[in-house]
Ligand binder design. Structure first.
Ligand code: UDP
Ligand code: MG
Length: 169
């Protein structure tokens, strides 16, 4: 029996522009994993650079940051989700397919819907964490403990009186 894992999935701006959210959720539900967090958000430059910090020396880094922020698709949003269950990381990576959409099997999400831009960037529709170290780092980057319906990692309570935030008027 494979142990329970959490994994971060992000529908990238090309996935949203191509209206693939429903398709992706349907395929994810076939894994029998549980969805434990979800939100639609605009990716800031800071979040983009931190999320892809391991690639900062790659020639495509600048393009990649613009891509995940939605600047290439006139669609500045992503949908981020956490899925949880046995062998979650590998199950979702299998569904996603290889990083290069031309090498990804045609039945996978990336193989079906990804493309390579004229500049050589892989527009591959979704992000999925590659291993447990990465999923923990990424989930903590994209979500707060209160956004997730299960307790994945140790958290602490902080009372922040000075913190300004909007509430409904
Ligand atoms: N990427 C790219 N060209 C490359 C490698 C990566 O355009 O040669 C992009 C692609 O969008 C990929 C992202 O950078 O999804 C992150 O790269 P990583 O190697 O982490 O691949 P992933 O984990 O997404 O399969
Ligand atoms: Mg990766």
């Amino acid at each position: 029996m494979k142990h329970n894992q959490a994994t971060l999935i992000v529908v990238k701006p090309d996935g949203l522009k191509k209206s693939l959210t429903g398709n992706i959720l349907t395929r994810l539900s076939e894994t029998k994993l549980e969805i434990v967090a979800a939100k639609v958000l605009r990716v800031s430059k800071e979040l983009a650079e931190e999320h892809y910090s391991h690639l900062k020396d790659e020639p495509f880094f600048g393009e990649l940051i613009k891509y995940i922020q939605g600047e290439m698709h006139n669609r500045k949003k992503t949908m981020a989700m956490v899925y949880w269950g046995p062998d979650a990381i590998n199950k979702v990576r299998q569904l996603a397919g290889a990083t290069n959409p031309e090498e990804a099997e045609s039945t996978t999400i990336r193989g079906s819907f990804g493309r390579i831009t004229t500049k050589g960037l892989y527009e591959n529709v979704i992000h999925a964490s590659a291993n447990e170290e990465e999923s923990e780092r990424e989930i903590k980057l994209w979500f707060s403990p209160d956004d997730i319906i299960v307790d994945l990692y140790p958290a602490q309570v902080r009372t922040d009186k000075e913190c300004k935030r909007r509430v409904w008027a």
